[in-house]
Design a protein around this ligand. Structure first.
Ligand SMILES: NC(=O)C1=CN([C@@H]2O[C@H](COP(=O)(O)OP(=O)(O)OC[C@H]3O[C@@H](n4cnc5c(N)ncnc54)[C@H](O)[C@@H]3O)[C@@H](O)[C@H]2O)C=CC1
Ligand SMILES: Nc1nc(=O)c2c([nH]1)NC[C@@H]1CN(c3ccc(C(=O)N[C@@H](CCC(=O)O)C(=O)O)cc3)CN21
Length: 300
């Protein structure tokens, strides 16, 4: 007994669900590229839908073909599950007139929630974009009373000259009418918490929803994290070391890391988590379960 610290025992005894209280979750999906991935997507949606997320979102990669695919999936999610489905909309490759038309179209189709992003620039692009996400928020607001989510960067967006500029950019998006910010994924909860404080300090009064990425493919993540300016702590390299050929253990490790993260954030008062599901349900479902988020039909 004397070998176990009181702090450790307390943390073991305190059930996560006690600290969590009422937790909201939202799930992000992307348009699948193959028939097999399409099946995985729908299985995932069916598995996660009973958790009654406050919304689900579907990403959109630049070029208009993909926008139709985003819209088709959004429509199907609405029809099949009745959930609030929010398309991502980007402005990097569109004119104001086009965006107004798309927004009207969405509104006429009963879509009330949009995730408004500038969009990733095509690789090698050197030109300054004509429109930024703050402009897109303003355009959407001029069309209708959408519920708008925007992106936020605890570790600073790679194209931003400095952290303060990036923070002020989020303020501009909120002042233009965004109702919440969803963060880029991160692996050091301290970085999120400090960022949330800085947002509050400059008068950003919307919810800063942490974006949670359960990491099952660590090698791909390393590339993506470099691109997006997200730090991978050295303990994480260590955690995935030697598991390249061992998907089962990788999944267990991924679940543990993400669960530790939501535990810390819950204790710091976070009560909405946005999951980058990568179209898979297992890890997100398990983390939600631990947060006390249960299938609604089973409770009713
Ligand atoms: N789930 C998803 O699909 C997510 C995608 N992203 C991607 O990240 C990228 C950035 O999108 P957002 O954050 O919405 O863009 P944003 O327009 O808010 O900011 C993009 C960059 O431009 C800078 N910036 C903003 N206004 C500026 C101005 N007037 N002059 C000069 N620089 C300015 C910002 O500081 C930032 O570095 C997009 O590629 C988006 O698709 C980011 C997070 C989540
Ligand atoms: N700048 C930016 N662009 C995005 O598209 C984007 C963000 N940021 N941040 C939030 C989410 C997270 N996204 C991600 C994050 C990780 C992978 C990734 O690691 N993909 C691997 C593994 C896929 C798997 O496990 O099935 C891959 O091989 O594609 C992909 C997209 C997409 N989103």
């Amino acid at each position: 007994m004397s070998f176990v610290s009181a702090q450790y025992l307390e943390s073991m005894n305190r059930n996560l669900q006690d600290v969590a209280g009422k937790v909201n979750v939202s799930f992000e999906f992307f348009p699948p590229k193959t028939e097999q991935m399409e099946n995985t997507l729908w299985q995932s949606i069916e598995r996660l839908a009973p958790l009654a997320p406050s919304f689900v979102s579907v990403t959109y990669g630049a070029n208009s073909g993909e926008r139709d695919r985003t819209h088709d999936i959004i429509k199907s999610i609405k029809q099949r599950t009745g959930l609030i489905a929010a398309p991502h909309l980007t402005c990097v490759d569109a004119s104001r007139a086009e965006l107004e038309r798309i927004a009207k179209d969405y509104w006429d189709n009963g879509i009330r929630h949009i995730v408004a992003l500038r969009g990733d620039l095509p690789p090698g692009n050197k030109e300054k974009p004509a429109l930024y996400a703050a402009d897109l928020v303003e355009i959407l607001r001029s069309v209708a009373d959408f519920d708008i989510s925007v992106a936020a960067y605890p570790e600073v967006h790679p194209e931003s000259p400095n952290a303060q500029f990036d923070l002020l950019n989020l303020k501009r998006k909120v002042d233009a009418g965004a109702s919440r910010a969803i963060t880029q994924f991160f692996f050091d909860p301290e970085k999120y918490l400090r960022y949330r404080d800085r947002c509050a300090a400059i008068g950003i009064d919307v919810e800063i929803v942490p974006g949670i990425l359960p990491v099952t493919n660590f090698q791909q993540l390393q590339k993506f994290a470099t691109m997006t300016n997200v730090a991978i702590p050295s303990w994480m390299n260590k955690a995935y070391e030697g598991l390249e050929q061992d998907a089962t253990t990788r999944n267990l490790v991924a679940a543990n890391i993400a669960m530790e993260m939501v535990k810390v954030l819950s204790r710091e008062g976070v009560n909405h988590f946005h999951f980058y599901t990568l179209n898979r349900s297992e890890l997100t479902y398990a983390i939600c379960h631990l947060l006390g988020v249960r299938p609604q039909s089973a409770i009713a």
